[in-house]
Design a protein around this ligand. Structure first.
Ligand code: ADP
Ligand code: ADP
Ligand code: ZN
Ligand code: ZN
Length: 766
């Protein structure tokens, strides 16, 4: 090979080169992204930030990495399609740190996924007294260490008697609510016709002995009639014993669907009676360090665990001190990223998206790899302005280790931390997809882009606050870290609930307030529980009117224009894509060859309305469709999407491709034009540019002016300063939080002492 033709010193090795990128709405974007820098991508929501960072850079990096694997491994990995771009070069391996929940099962805890638990196990195996064995003797995932009562899960499932029985009824009246044991069933006969009980006596009138016999009796036989009237006898078995043997001792998931659902309704999880939730067996729990067993250490909040281990290391144990130091080093990273209130035994399934993302960061900080590209999706989510300062420090550490850090972010403090900003715009969807600014932050601030202007604009607390029409009270709340909280939520106004991460906001609002006042409508970011075929059009109800218009114009059956019914492409059943499930991997999705992704059968596409087929219309954004249609209720519903700031969404875009914030706003669009409601929103600014936040606040104001109550959990000071009322929790996170530190108007908050939120608000409006 002629070495002179090889490009040994490509120019700009120090930048990632992108030319002609066209993913989603990108308009032939050309970019150089500096390496080993913190690069923040800004722009209104839908402008194309994710299309560059995730759909172009991350996808190509992962695809190229896949190419380098042996054919054996490659054959078993999902195939990544090449992103739509002419050139993508000088990439480094990409690590995506997103807010998807941390995978894993009920065995996954903060301790296991950070590997800190593994260090503690080594510490116990070397230094614990009395000695219990090797490190696996302290693992609840290992037969040597696990509690046999619960197989190391810490929880056991048991019968929920309240759901299982109605004690106001007799056996003949159907006291047993569990379907498979209903009146007349084979199981029911065992009790009602045993002669042991009066089948017409309500269960609540049973004596203690009868009650015990009904639930737990065993070890004798009772007479039984069979179908032909002959009598025989059967071994007796109490209701609870029988249910446990037939349903709980087996894998519930292996039961047929109806039996599984019936069983699910009558079981509850509770702490294992053997290990009290500690997951370990008696030998492991008897072993102690500094007076505590491993389960007790794991139940401590991170900051307290650091103190306990520091005290132990201070005793100068020559074997234990270095191991304790290694654990402390990792625990300090958890503290530094704003999670000092977590405990190692916390199941990862109970963490919020923001907490999960921060845990993932901690894992990467511990890695000694360099030369990677880290990609973050709005890492400030769920973070108080105080926590954001810490996050910035962590991003700098990742960079200083020789990594490239790409961040999609709206938070002014994270933007200020950037070495380089790439601002996308000017608008969203078809009106975006271009780079409108590249350069350092101070030049962005001086620029004329939407982001630049917004960063310059002075912030003020609003001058007038609405007068509440009444109040909804929560008394004596003690869930999680709440310390006997009693607080009024004013009605008819916009209330912001604030406080640092872990102070108790979600607990108070979502788990206490919304439960005690079930009339409240929680508009959250969870997936919309509909099928893969759902789109904004189906969700907000514009499909029906559209189908009727098409049918009228073409003299056809309206069902022909539905990709959920008659119009569905036979190749993909109306999904537009074919999903292949792989045993151990994420499923692989490919575009349907029959309809090329349009989801419709050819007959449907033979009809047009105002020159467009149904597929053309579904490819339009809500805003474009508003120019084409004047019919009601189409217009009102399309406008609702535009009013929540989603006018850029294509009507036929799968709901599954929306971000959490977008999902929340689609749900909100569905709720507009109602009155007298109480709405609860958890961080509605997620994914929103500062300019989008203006639209959102205007929308919340309209909801309140229409006679509704709106309560938001929010860190964005741009929302807090425009609320009518603030409920601030604190003073800090975890057990140092859980109290109300302030209630009042934002103007009064500016004067408040002892509130971390107040200090940051003062800074923001100065
Ligand atoms: P941002 O990250 O700036 O919010 P995105 O890059 O996610 O913006 O989106 C840019 C445009 O591409 C938007 O109009 C969005 O609706 C569209 N888009 C994003 N993902 C998909 C997809 N999977 N299918 C179709 N359109 C998409
Ligand atoms: P915030 O919403 O202000 O970030 P949370 O209400 O989520 O705070 O948490 C308050 C406290 O309750 C924290 O110490 C947190 O670790 C704890 N907590 C929250 N959810 C759970 C849960 N499901 N199990 C155990 N502890 C929890
Ligand atoms: Zn147990
Ligand atoms: Zn198809």
């Amino acid at each position: 090979q002629d070495s002179t033709t090889q490009d040994t010193t490509p120019p700009h090795r120090d930048t990632i080169l992108i030319e002609g990128a066209r993913a989603n709405n990108l308009k032939d974007v050309c970019l150089r992204i500096p390496k080993e820098r913190i690069v923040v991508f800004t722009g209104v929501s839908g402008s194309g930030k994710s299309s560059i960072v995730f759909d172009t850079v991350a996808v190509e990096s992962q695809r190229q990495l896949g190419e380098t694997l042996s054919w054996f491994a490659r054959d078993r990995l999902p195939k990544h399609e090449r992103p739509a771009a002419d050139v993508i070069d000088h990439l480094t391996p990409a690590v995506v740190v997103d807010q998807r929940p941390i995978g894993g099962n009920s065995r996954s805890t903060v301790g296991t996924i950070t590997d800190i638990l593994a260090v503690l196990r080594v510490l116990f195996s070397r230094c614990g007294q009395p000695a219990a064995g090797e490190a696996s003797a302290f693992s609840f995932n290992d037969p040597q260490g696990m509690c046999t009562g619960c197989d190391g899960l810490g929880q056991v499932v048991g019968v929920d008697l309240d759901a299982f029985l109605d004690t106001s009824r007799s056996l003949n009246e159907g006291a047993v609510l569990f379907e498979p044991f209903k009146v007349g069933s084979w199981h029911w006969q065992l009790y009602a016709e045993s002669g042991l009980f009066d089948p017409d006596k309500p269960l609540r009138d049973y004596t203690e002995a009868e009650w015990d016999l009904l639930l737990h009796g065993k070890g004798f036989r009772v007479p039984r009639r069979n179908r032909t009237g002959e009598t025989g006898s059967n071994p007796y078995e109490g209701l609870v014993e029988r249910f446990e043997r037939l349903y709980l001792k087996r894998d519930l998931d292996a039961l047929p669907g109806t039996a599984r659902q019936a069983a699910r309704r009558v079981v509850t999880e509770r702490h294992c009676p053997d290990c009290h939730g500690a997951r370990l067996n008696a030998a492991a729990l008897a072993c102690r360090i500094a007076g505590r067993n491993i389960a007790e250490l794991c139940a401590l909040e991170v900051s307290d665990l650091i103190a306990a281990l520091t005290a132990f290391a201070g005793t100068g144990d020559p074997v234990g001190a270095p191991i304790a130091a290694a654990a402390i080093d990792r625990l300090r990273r958890l503290e530094a990223i704003g999670l000092p209130y977590l405990s190692l035994d916390r199941p990862t399934s109970t963490l919020s998206g923001g907490e999960a993302q921060r845990l993932k960061v901690v894992r990467h900080l511990g890695s000694s790899l360099t030369g990677l590209t880290y990609i973050f999706d709005e890492p400030s989510t769920g973070m108080h302005p105080r926590d954001v300062g810490r996050l910035n420090g962590l991003l700098r550490r990742l960079r200083d280790k020789g990594n490239t850090v790409l961040v999609v972010e709206h938070d002014p403090d994270v933007i200020a931390n950037a070495d380089h900003v790439i601002d996308m715009g000017p608008g969203a969807g078809a009106r975006g997809g271009r780079v409108v600014f590249e350069g350092p932050v101070d030049r962005l601030r001086a620029s004329g882009t939407l982001t630049g202007r917004r960063l310059r604009r002075p912030a003020t607390v609003k001058p007038h606050f609405r007068t509440p029409t009444g109040r909804l009270t929560v008394t004596g709340a003690r869930l999680n870290n709440l310390k006997d909280v009693t607080v009024d939520f004013p009605t008819g106004v916009l209330t912001a609930v604030t406080g640092v991460a872990g102070s108790g906001k979600s607990t108070l609002v979502s788990q206490v307030f919304a439960v005690r006042h079930p009339e409240a409508i929680v508009v959250d970011q969870s997936p919309i529980g509909a099928s893969r075929r759902s789109t904004p059009a189906t969700y907000i109800g514009v499909m029906d009117p559209l189908r009727r218009l098409f049918a009228k114009a073409g003299g056809a059956d309206p069902a022909l224009f539905s990709h959920n019914s008659k119009g569905a492409c036979p190749g993909c059943d109306g999904h537009g894509v074919i999903v292949t499930d792989l045993a151990f991997m994420d499923p692989v999705t490919t575009t349907c060859r029959t309809c090329r992704g349009s989801r419709y059968r050819p007959e449907a596409l033979a009809h047009t309305l105002r020159g467009r087929t149904i597929v053309d219309v579904l490819a339009m954004t809500a805003r474009e469709a508003l120019d084409l249609f004047t019919e009601e209720p189409l217009v009102t519903r399309l406008r609702a999407l535009d009013e929540v700031g989603l006018g850029y969404l294509a009507l036929g875009q799968p709901l599954g491709s929306l971000s959490g914030g977008e999902r929340q706003r689609v749900k909100l669009a569905h709720q507009l034009h109602r009155t007298g409601q109480v709405y609860v929103l958890d961080e509605p600014t997620t994914g929103l540019h500062m300019a989008d936040v203006d639209t959102l606040v205007a929308l919340l104001d309209r909801l309140v002016d229409a006679g509704n109550t709106v309560i938001v959990i929010e860190h964005d000071l741009d929302v807090v300063r425009r609320a009518d009322w603030v409920i601030d929790l604190g003073p800090d996170g975890g057990k140092h939080g859980g109290e109300i530190v302030f209630t009042g108007t934002p103007a009064a908050l500016l004067e408040a002492t002892g509130s971390i939120t107040a200090a940051h608000l003062r800074k923001a409006v100065s």
